[in-house]
Write a protein that binds this ligand. Structure first.
Ligand code: IMP
Ligand code: MG
Length: 175
């Protein structure tokens, strides 16, 4: 069977939800500047779309952390491949992630970033698979809770493919 993609969340639904999140974040950060931290590569599409809908001043930085190889199963190993360029001292940090699965990546990352003395630190994820949680991480903003299925699109990949899909889908026909 050839690889096909079944749509789980349509482009219109993703866009509408990001609009709502942008509005909520703008209200919550009223009078402040929000420092968005994009977790590469998966978080990049979501962060750009979200940033465009935030009306308070925004600054951005990028970090690359990997906990997966090219497959669909967590290796349990988390490594910083690219660190942030700027200090977090005194900033109101909002981490922007594509998906929280086991929670291992973010649990580890937030421990490291907390030590850099931000004024506040919150977590925003486009997708959450709460059933899969191994490490307890507090998620402040969630786009969609989804079932335990491997998803692609809107930044998420399967073996580096499908990140550019403008919707969230499930890969089918993989052996
Ligand atoms: P965690 O450490 O298990 O929470 O894994 C988080 C990372 O695993 C995410 O940032 C993704 O890069 C990747 N990941 C987890 N689930 C999926 C999925 O369904 N599709 C694509 N990547 C995923
Ligand atoms: Mg990721």
């Amino acid at each position: 069977m050839a690889e096909t993609i079944r749509v789980l969340v349509s482009e219109a639904d993703v866009d509408a939800r990001i609009e709502e999140l942008g509005r909520k974040i703008s209200e919550d950060y009223a009078g402040k500047q929000v420092h968005l931290i994009c977790i590469l590569k998966g978080g990049v599409f979501f962060m750009c779309e979200l940033a465009k809908r935030i009306t308070v001043p925004v600054s951005m930085d990028f970090m690359s952390v990997s906990s997966y190889g090219d497959g669909t199963v967590s290796s349990g190993i988390v490594k910083i491949a690219k660190d942030l360029d700027e200090s977090l001292e005194g900033k109101d940090v909002l981490i922007v992630e594509d998906i929280i699965d086991s929670g291992r990546t973010l649990y580890y990352l937030m421990e490291i970033l907390e030590k850099r003395n931000p004024n506040s630190m919150r977590l925003c994820t486009l997708l959450d698979k709460p059933e899969r949680r191994v490490k307890d991480v507090k998620v402040d903003y969630v786009g969609f809770n989804i079932p335990d299925e491997f998803v692609v699109g809107y930044g998420l990949d399967y073996a580096q493919k499908y990140r550019n899909l403008p919707y969230i889908g499930v890969v089918e026909g993989v052996e």
